[in-house]
Design a protein around this ligand. Structure first.
Ligand SMILES: Cc1ncc(COP(=O)(O)O)c(C=O)c1O
Length: 248
Protein backbone atom coordinates (compact mmCIF):
# COMPACT_ATOMS: atom_id res chain seq x y z
CA UNK A 1 0.00 0.00 0.00
CA UNK A 2 1.19 3.54 -0.73
CA UNK A 3 2.39 5.42 2.33
CA UNK A 4 0.94 8.83 1.45
CA UNK A 5 2.44 10.57 4.49
CA UNK A 6 5.91 9.33 3.54
CA UNK A 7 5.41 10.48 -0.07
CA UNK A 8 4.22 13.91 1.09
CA UNK A 9 7.29 14.08 3.31
CA UNK A 10 9.56 13.26 0.35
CA UNK A 11 7.84 15.73 -1.97
CA UNK A 12 7.50 18.95 0.05
CA UNK A 13 5.36 20.66 -2.58
CA UNK A 14 2.55 18.18 -1.88
CA UNK A 15 2.23 19.65 1.60
CA UNK A 16 1.07 22.90 0.08
CA UNK A 17 -2.64 23.64 0.35
CA UNK A 18 -4.81 25.20 -2.31
CA UNK A 19 -8.38 26.43 -2.37
CA UNK A 20 -10.46 23.99 -4.44
CA UNK A 21 -14.04 23.95 -5.69
CA UNK A 22 -16.50 22.28 -3.35
CA UNK A 23 -14.48 22.88 -0.20
CA UNK A 24 -14.40 25.78 2.21
CA UNK A 25 -10.98 24.71 3.49
CA UNK A 26 -7.78 24.72 1.38
CA UNK A 27 -6.73 21.16 0.45
CA UNK A 28 -3.34 19.46 0.11
CA UNK A 29 -2.00 19.43 -3.43
CA UNK A 30 -2.79 16.32 -5.45
CA UNK A 31 -0.51 16.33 -8.47
CA UNK A 32 -1.15 13.93 -11.35
CA UNK A 33 0.99 15.43 -14.11
CA UNK A 34 4.24 13.53 -13.54
CA UNK A 35 4.22 12.34 -17.15
CA UNK A 36 4.82 15.99 -18.12
CA UNK A 37 7.21 16.96 -15.32
CA UNK A 38 8.01 15.65 -11.86
CA UNK A 39 8.75 17.60 -8.69
CA UNK A 40 12.15 16.94 -7.18
CA UNK A 41 12.02 14.82 -4.03
CA UNK A 42 13.75 16.03 -0.83
CA UNK A 43 16.95 14.10 -1.55
CA UNK A 44 17.36 15.85 -4.91
CA UNK A 45 16.16 19.21 -3.59
CA UNK A 46 18.60 19.16 -0.66
CA UNK A 47 21.51 18.23 -2.91
CA UNK A 48 20.58 21.01 -5.32
CA UNK A 49 20.27 23.61 -2.55
CA UNK A 50 23.56 22.41 -1.01
CA UNK A 51 25.30 22.88 -4.36
CA UNK A 52 23.86 26.35 -5.02
CA UNK A 53 24.50 27.45 -1.44
CA UNK A 54 28.01 26.11 -0.98
CA UNK A 55 29.73 25.39 -4.28
CA UNK A 56 28.03 27.15 -7.17
CA UNK A 57 30.34 28.86 -9.64
CA UNK A 58 31.11 29.15 -13.34
CA UNK A 59 31.75 25.81 -15.08
CA UNK A 60 34.65 25.25 -17.53
CA UNK A 61 35.62 28.93 -17.30
CA UNK A 62 37.53 29.43 -14.08
CA UNK A 63 40.63 28.27 -12.24
CA UNK A 64 39.55 29.26 -8.74
CA UNK A 65 38.47 26.78 -6.07
CA UNK A 66 34.66 26.95 -6.51
CA UNK A 67 34.91 26.87 -10.27
CA UNK A 68 37.05 23.73 -10.12
CA UNK A 69 34.54 22.02 -7.80
CA UNK A 70 31.56 23.06 -9.96
CA UNK A 71 33.35 21.88 -13.10
CA UNK A 72 34.20 18.54 -11.49
CA UNK A 73 30.58 18.02 -10.38
CA UNK A 74 29.27 19.09 -13.79
CA UNK A 75 31.60 16.70 -15.64
CA UNK A 76 30.57 13.88 -13.33
CA UNK A 77 27.04 14.16 -14.78
CA UNK A 78 28.27 12.60 -18.03
CA UNK A 79 29.74 9.65 -16.14
CA UNK A 80 26.52 9.23 -14.14
CA UNK A 81 24.45 9.10 -17.31
CA UNK A 82 26.86 6.70 -19.03
CA UNK A 83 26.61 4.38 -16.04
CA UNK A 84 22.85 4.77 -15.65
CA UNK A 85 22.10 3.65 -19.20
CA UNK A 86 24.96 1.11 -19.23
CA UNK A 87 26.68 2.89 -22.11
CA UNK A 88 30.25 2.42 -23.22
CA UNK A 89 32.94 4.85 -24.36
CA UNK A 90 34.81 5.87 -26.46
CA UNK A 91 32.60 5.19 -29.48
CA UNK A 92 29.62 6.95 -27.91
CA UNK A 93 29.03 10.40 -26.48
CA UNK A 94 26.47 12.34 -24.48
CA UNK A 95 25.25 15.89 -25.13
CA UNK A 96 23.38 17.71 -22.38
CA UNK A 97 20.24 19.46 -23.59
CA UNK A 98 17.43 21.55 -22.15
CA UNK A 99 14.75 18.88 -22.52
CA UNK A 100 13.85 15.69 -24.41
CA UNK A 101 12.39 17.67 -27.29
CA UNK A 102 15.68 19.42 -28.03
CA UNK A 103 17.57 16.09 -27.82
CA UNK A 104 15.15 14.51 -30.31
CA UNK A 105 15.31 17.54 -32.58
CA UNK A 106 19.11 17.46 -32.42
CA UNK A 107 19.07 13.85 -33.63
CA UNK A 108 16.81 14.74 -36.56
CA UNK A 109 19.17 17.59 -37.43
CA UNK A 110 22.31 15.43 -37.08
CA UNK A 111 20.82 12.72 -39.30
CA UNK A 112 19.39 15.02 -41.95
CA UNK A 113 22.28 14.61 -44.43
CA UNK A 114 22.40 10.81 -44.21
CA UNK A 115 20.84 8.95 -47.10
CA UNK A 116 17.40 7.45 -46.52
CA UNK A 117 14.11 8.19 -44.79
CA UNK A 118 13.11 8.25 -41.13
CA UNK A 119 10.51 5.73 -40.04
CA UNK A 120 8.46 7.10 -37.16
CA UNK A 121 5.91 5.15 -35.14
CA UNK A 122 2.33 6.40 -34.86
CA UNK A 123 2.70 6.12 -31.08
CA UNK A 124 5.06 9.08 -30.87
CA UNK A 125 4.70 12.27 -28.89
CA UNK A 126 4.90 15.24 -31.30
CA UNK A 127 8.43 15.84 -30.02
CA UNK A 128 9.57 12.66 -31.77
CA UNK A 129 7.55 13.22 -34.90
CA UNK A 130 7.54 16.87 -35.98
CA UNK A 131 11.37 17.33 -35.90
CA UNK A 132 11.80 14.40 -38.32
CA UNK A 133 9.10 15.71 -40.67
CA UNK A 134 10.78 19.11 -40.54
CA UNK A 135 14.24 17.73 -41.42
CA UNK A 136 13.46 15.36 -44.27
CA UNK A 137 11.33 12.56 -45.67
CA UNK A 138 9.46 10.49 -43.09
CA UNK A 139 7.11 7.53 -43.15
CA UNK A 140 5.00 6.18 -40.30
CA UNK A 141 4.50 2.64 -39.10
CA UNK A 142 1.34 1.72 -37.30
CA UNK A 143 -0.15 0.76 -33.98
CA UNK A 144 -2.37 -2.30 -33.49
CA UNK A 145 -5.89 -2.13 -32.06
CA UNK A 146 -4.55 -3.27 -28.65
CA UNK A 147 -2.18 -0.30 -28.53
CA UNK A 148 1.01 -2.23 -29.30
CA UNK A 149 3.29 -1.37 -32.22
CA UNK A 150 2.58 -3.05 -35.53
CA UNK A 151 5.87 -4.92 -35.94
CA UNK A 152 4.80 -6.38 -39.29
CA UNK A 153 4.25 -2.90 -40.67
CA UNK A 154 7.64 -1.86 -39.31
CA UNK A 155 9.44 -4.81 -40.87
CA UNK A 156 7.55 -4.43 -44.15
CA UNK A 157 8.53 -0.74 -44.43
CA UNK A 158 12.13 -1.45 -43.41
CA UNK A 159 12.37 -3.99 -46.22
CA UNK A 160 10.64 -1.77 -48.78
CA UNK A 161 12.41 1.57 -48.21
CA UNK A 162 15.94 2.79 -47.64
CA UNK A 163 15.54 3.72 -43.96
CA UNK A 164 18.30 5.59 -42.12
CA UNK A 165 16.56 5.99 -38.76
CA UNK A 166 13.73 4.35 -36.84
CA UNK A 167 12.31 6.81 -34.29
CA UNK A 168 10.33 5.14 -31.54
CA UNK A 169 9.29 5.79 -27.99
CA UNK A 170 10.27 3.55 -25.08
CA UNK A 171 6.76 3.96 -23.66
CA UNK A 172 3.65 5.73 -24.86
CA UNK A 173 2.78 8.91 -22.96
CA UNK A 174 -0.89 8.23 -23.82
CA UNK A 175 -1.46 4.54 -23.06
CA UNK A 176 1.63 3.56 -21.07
CA UNK A 177 2.40 0.76 -23.55
CA UNK A 178 6.07 -0.22 -23.18
CA UNK A 179 7.86 -1.11 -26.40
CA UNK A 180 10.49 -3.79 -26.90
CA UNK A 181 13.16 -1.33 -28.00
CA UNK A 182 15.86 -3.98 -28.40
CA UNK A 183 13.71 -6.06 -30.73
CA UNK A 184 13.02 -2.92 -32.79
CA UNK A 185 16.77 -2.15 -32.75
CA UNK A 186 17.54 -5.63 -34.09
CA UNK A 187 15.07 -5.16 -36.94
CA UNK A 188 16.40 -1.68 -37.74
CA UNK A 189 20.02 -2.86 -37.77
CA UNK A 190 19.15 -5.89 -39.91
CA UNK A 191 17.98 -3.42 -42.55
CA UNK A 192 20.91 -1.00 -42.19
CA UNK A 193 19.03 1.64 -40.16
CA UNK A 194 19.82 3.24 -36.82
CA UNK A 195 17.36 3.54 -33.95
CA UNK A 196 16.43 6.60 -31.90
CA UNK A 197 14.61 5.87 -28.64
CA UNK A 198 12.56 8.58 -26.96
CA UNK A 199 13.12 7.54 -23.34
CA UNK A 200 11.14 10.45 -21.84
CA UNK A 201 8.57 8.15 -20.25
CA UNK A 202 10.79 5.20 -19.32
CA UNK A 203 13.69 6.97 -17.63
CA UNK A 204 11.92 7.08 -14.25
CA UNK A 205 10.25 3.70 -14.55
CA UNK A 206 12.51 1.18 -16.21
CA UNK A 207 16.18 0.24 -16.12
CA UNK A 208 17.66 1.34 -19.43
CA UNK A 209 20.47 -0.64 -21.07
CA UNK A 210 21.66 0.68 -24.42
CA UNK A 211 23.87 -2.45 -24.81
CA UNK A 212 27.30 -2.63 -26.47
CA UNK A 213 27.68 -1.17 -29.97
CA UNK A 214 28.27 -4.61 -31.52
CA UNK A 215 25.10 -6.07 -29.95
CA UNK A 216 22.27 -6.30 -32.54
CA UNK A 217 19.89 -4.84 -29.93
CA UNK A 218 22.13 -1.80 -29.31
CA UNK A 219 20.33 1.54 -29.01
CA UNK A 220 22.11 4.07 -31.24
CA UNK A 221 20.45 7.26 -29.96
CA UNK A 222 18.60 7.76 -26.70
CA UNK A 223 16.94 10.98 -25.55
CA UNK A 224 15.57 11.59 -22.06
CA UNK A 225 15.05 14.30 -19.45
CA UNK A 226 15.71 14.48 -15.75
CA UNK A 227 12.74 16.79 -15.30
CA UNK A 228 10.51 13.72 -15.75
CA UNK A 229 12.64 11.72 -13.30
CA UNK A 230 12.71 13.87 -10.13
CA UNK A 231 15.50 16.22 -11.21
CA UNK A 232 14.91 19.95 -11.67
CA UNK A 233 14.07 21.37 -15.10
CA UNK A 234 16.74 21.84 -17.77
CA UNK A 235 18.46 18.51 -17.21
CA UNK A 236 18.15 16.37 -20.32
CA UNK A 237 20.53 14.49 -22.56
CA UNK A 238 21.11 12.87 -25.91
CA UNK A 239 23.21 9.69 -26.07
CA UNK A 240 24.54 8.65 -29.46
CA UNK A 241 27.47 7.59 -31.67
CA UNK A 242 30.47 9.89 -31.14
CA UNK A 243 31.13 10.18 -34.88
CA UNK A 244 27.61 11.63 -35.33
CA UNK A 245 27.44 13.70 -32.13
CA UNK A 246 30.85 15.24 -32.78
CA UNK A 247 29.08 17.44 -35.35
CA UNK A 248 27.18 19.29 -32.58
C1 LIG B 1 6.96 10.44 -24.85
C2 LIG B 1 7.39 11.85 -24.72
N1 LIG B 1 8.38 12.33 -25.48
C3 LIG B 1 8.82 13.59 -25.41
C4 LIG B 1 8.25 14.48 -24.53
C5 LIG B 1 8.78 15.87 -24.45
O1 LIG B 1 9.57 15.98 -23.31
P1 LIG B 1 10.23 17.33 -22.83
O2 LIG B 1 9.18 18.05 -22.07
O3 LIG B 1 11.38 16.90 -21.95
O4 LIG B 1 10.69 18.06 -24.03
C6 LIG B 1 7.19 14.07 -23.70
C7 LIG B 1 6.57 15.01 -22.78
O5 LIG B 1 5.60 14.75 -22.13
C8 LIG B 1 6.76 12.71 -23.78
O6 LIG B 1 5.80 12.24 -23.02
Amino acid sequence: MLDIDYIREEFPITKKCFQVYGSTEPKNLIYLDHGASTHPCSTVLNKYIDFIKNYYSNVHRGKHYLSMISTELFDRVYETIFKYINASKPDNAIVLTANTTSALDMTAWLMKDYEGITLVSLMEHHSNDLPHRHRGETLHFGVNKDGTLDMYDLEHKLAKHKVKLVAVTGASNVTGTINDIHKIAELAHKHGARILVDAAQILAHKQIDVKPNDDPGHIDFLAAAGHKAYAPFGSAFLFGPREVLDRV
